[in-house]
Design a protein around this ligand. Sequence first.
Ligand code: PRX
Length: 582
Amino acid sequence: MASNIGKYEDARKSFDWNIAKKELGWKEGEPLNIGALCSDRICDLGDAEKTALIWEGFGDKHKSYSFADLRAYSNGFAKLLEEQGIKPGDRVCIFMDKIPSLYFSFLGILKMGGVAQPLFSAFGDESLHVRLDSAGARAILTTKKHVRKVRKILADLPALEKVIVVDGDGSKLKDDELFFDVEAAPRVDSYDCYPSTPETPSVLHYTSGTTGQPKGAQHVHSSGWGQYLTTKWVLDLKKDDIYWCTAGPGWVTGTSYGIIGPWSLGVTQCVLDVGFGAAMGYKFIQDNKISIWYSAPTAIRSLMRQGTDTVNEFDLSTLRHLASVGEPLNAEAVVWSEKAYGLPFHDTFWQTETGSMMIANYPGMTIKPGSMGKPFPGIEATVLDLKTHEPLTEPGKVGLIAFRPGWPSMFREYRSKPEIYRSKFVGEMKDKEVSKLHLAKDLWYVSGDRASIDKDGYYWFVGRDDDVINTGGHLVGHFEIESALIEHEAVAEAAAIGKPDAVNMEVVKAFVTLNPGYEATGDLELKIMNFIRKRLSPLAMPQEIEFSEKLPKTRSGKILRRYLKALEWGEDVGDLSTLEDD
Ligand code: PRX
């Protein structure tokens, strides 16, 4: 079967983003709305009765929905929000497990012109508060299981006017909470979508950085063009495929490739809302005849540990293409998957900020196991010298991965943080308006990652260029963890780093110094752990707390996490000239 992309080099040579616009039937000056693109348009093309979503949840619950259902239920949410006084441009948070209403409401928010802010349902109240506050969200859609966390912080969120619970029977809600079960409500088969333009804000995703609290990367409706074409060319989705993206929409993978990409192509996708294990995952593939699977290295490494015996217990013969994202995909995992499934995992590299895949291994292209592949056609990529920021021309030299601005799914700002957004670009910045940086063809957008390019043009990931911890594919900023730690009365100072882990690549380790009067005991470690558990997401939780007499610092007093990390990884500690004297 020929791949959608055809020959990579040819696709690159003749590339034009108009391909996406044309295939999606969009003409200059017309509205562009991702909600409509993913449901109404597919129905109008004659696929109203085709299955859009196959869903499995706890208690062996199975449900399936057609594109007509997707249209009606997303319309239902759009209408509800409109009736509740939510206006175009308002941020609406979605805070729930991967239940069908998450998917319906995401499209519904976009249909009425709102900005969808999906958040991971396991976030504790502190993580939730920080992100809702920054977004200035006016409404939150949640479930009876998670509404407790919203209640705890509601008083500190003056912008948050509407709390809407989308499951259960509406009992035990507070007076000011609204109950809305979209499947029980009158079906809304048609709805006039907000006439958004390619530049209208669409999705707001929070991502962790080195400084300060998580930043809100704001996307716009034109991202749909990038997500559509990369899904088609990199994941190779075709009309009859059954697709599974393991990521939840709390992260960008779960929206770009777990909602927008597949549904803009009218493809059936599956969602498994019951955690993840080898046998469970394989059974899900077998039962649903999944053909394309987009996963992550941590999941793949844990599958490797379960071995090929488990694989052989299932019929996985429907699988035809596998891809991965989020962390370095080690060569062994690629080689193993070829042995276990007869198919290699194709690594892809991108970020919350880029909105769509930037570097990837394409169907039909020779994979060099361990490499991230080559830039997507239409993406100009390079690695920049670490100091001069000039593009490196010598193969194998390590530099900063950078992209020429201008691709459609690039983020447009970090919400309320123009200076941090500006700092992501290098080149002649003078006189450049911050609102135009995403179009500046003489600048580079710098990803914050290091890589080298080999003589054949393949990119090889080296590591992050900052202190951000990537644990199991999820970025965690040390600031969040340290802030939670120092709120504990016993903790004087704290430093969080990533330490090596066989499955998750990195897990969080914290170093703390104690206030006078406290003793470094196992009991205290447990108390501190319990204290921060309430404030942090489970992913950001340290696996270990080490008590120290003092933390290494620069002469100017900054904690040298780099030093702690090098010791932990058994690496050269590097230049210590700035280390504070004893
Ligand atoms: O450090 C890189 C790593 O994940 C970061 C982006 O994380 P996030 O914004 O949460 O988006 C993740 C899903 C798109 C990158 O800056 N990363 C992503 N893909 C890869 C990777 N590291 C190595 N190899 C990859 N393929």
